[in-house]
Design a binder for this molecule. Structure first.
Ligand code: PEP
Length: 262
């Protein structure tokens, strides 16, 4: 059984005041939802503040990036050692990091390795650009991102993969549920070849790209899709709680009868 996961990536948004209000506005609603792992990814500088508010809740914290060494002369960087005091998860290889900060698959691989060594769970993002999609290169690109990003990484359940087509991020043009499920199936097959069928079946694979409360059901109702990485819509408390609520209801309905009994 793969526990569904919804993560809200706030990106480079909110002041500390706004961040605290946002988390307080969603706290009660999110906390009471069962059957879904709920994860918030605020900017680094608010992790301690938000961590304090979430302390006795069921909501987990995630960083948006990290460096691959534990300490040293890397001005401006944040290390896994610093993050693990606050976070259980860390987003790695987000397309905005790849695009604006030149992160290669090799760097993503180093970061994944460092995160696991420091007991942080990576949410590893993969996805093709529009022109790659249009040229029919989706599987080639994603196959490369998975194989190189996980090079020499031992099979583990502690990684979450997020399939985020670059053309769907922040554009309002989400993939269809079927499109996303087909690519996620391909990702699982790639993992089965790299690791084993069992290891691939154990891993959670999310969809990300313009997910809202209006379209989340389309993704979550696909058995291949284990949750969502939500950007813009996670900046609105009611909207984000609604997305998590729908996820819990849909995944609960799809459980075999004996497992859905209280
Ligand atoms: C993201 O930041 O990973 C993302 C999917 O953003 P959005 O939901 O805004 O498309």
């Amino acid at each position: 059984m793969r526990i569904p996961l919804i993560a809200g990536n706030w990106k480079m948004n909110t002041t500390v005041k706004e961040a605290v209000k946002l988390v307080r506005d969603m706290l009660d609603g999110l906390d009471r939802i069962e059957g879904v792992e709920k994860v918030l990814c605020p900017p680094f500088v608010f992790l301690a503040e938000i961590g304090g508010i979430l302390k006795s809740s069921s909501i987990k914290l995630c960083a948006q990036n990290m460096h691959f060494t534990t300490k040293g002369a890397y001005t401006g960087e944040i290390s896994p050692l610093m993050l693990k005091e606050w976070c259980e998860f860390v987003i790695l290889g987000h397309s905005e990091r790849r695009r604006y900060f030149g992160e290669s698959d090799e760097i993503v691989n180093k970061k994944i390795t460092a995160a696991l060594e420091n007991r942080l769970k990576p949410i590893m993002c993969v996805g093709e650009k529009l022109e790659e999609n249009e040229a029919g290169r989706t599987e080639e690109i994603i196959g490369r991102q998975i194989n190189q990003g996980l090079n020499n990484v031992q099979p583990t359940r502690n990684i979450v993969i997020a399939y985020e087509p670059v053309w769907a991020i922040g554009t309002g043009k989400a993939a269809s549920g079927q499109q996303a499920a087909a690519t996620i199936k391909f990702i699982r097959n790639t993992l089965a070849k790299l690791w084993s069928e069992d290891a691939a079946q154990d891993l959670r694979i999310l969809y990300g790209g313009s997910v809202t409360s209006n379209n989340v059901a389309e993704f979550i109702s696909q058995s291949e899709i284990d949750g969502a990485l939500v950007g813009g819509a996670s900046l609105r408390a009611e909207e984000f709680v609604n997305i998590v609520n729908q996820t819990a209801a849909i995944k609960e309905r799809s459980l075999p009868a004996e497992q859905s009994k209280p």
